[in-house]
Design a protein around this ligand. Sequence first.
Ligand code: FES
Length: 116
Amino acid sequence: MTDLWHRVGLVTDIPRRGARCVDSPFGRIAVFRTAEDRIFALADQCPHKGGPLSQGIVHDTSVTCPLHNAVISLQSGEMAGPDEGRVRRFAVRVDPLTEVIELSLADNAERLHAAE
Ligand code: FES
């Protein structure tokens, strides 16, 4: 089986309450670091009008889109508020010793093959 975990970098490479972008076959992915050093990964595209979520403000476990202030859950990818929408999520894991972040495209690869 193909190893679908990809090294992103170290936790400290991402500013607290910030994000780092990674290009993938599924488009640009934003890897977020919260104030509590939790790591999440979402497609870098707001479900409203495609705003770059990586440039949004991270608060608790959400990010506010920089374009029209939609609030997106980093845990579920769901958009909160009157509008509905969901951002594609990606699995991440952090090695507790080295703090290396790895990103998985596995679920999305299965979806890609299912669509073919
Ligand atoms: S594009 Fe994100 S809120 Fe409009």
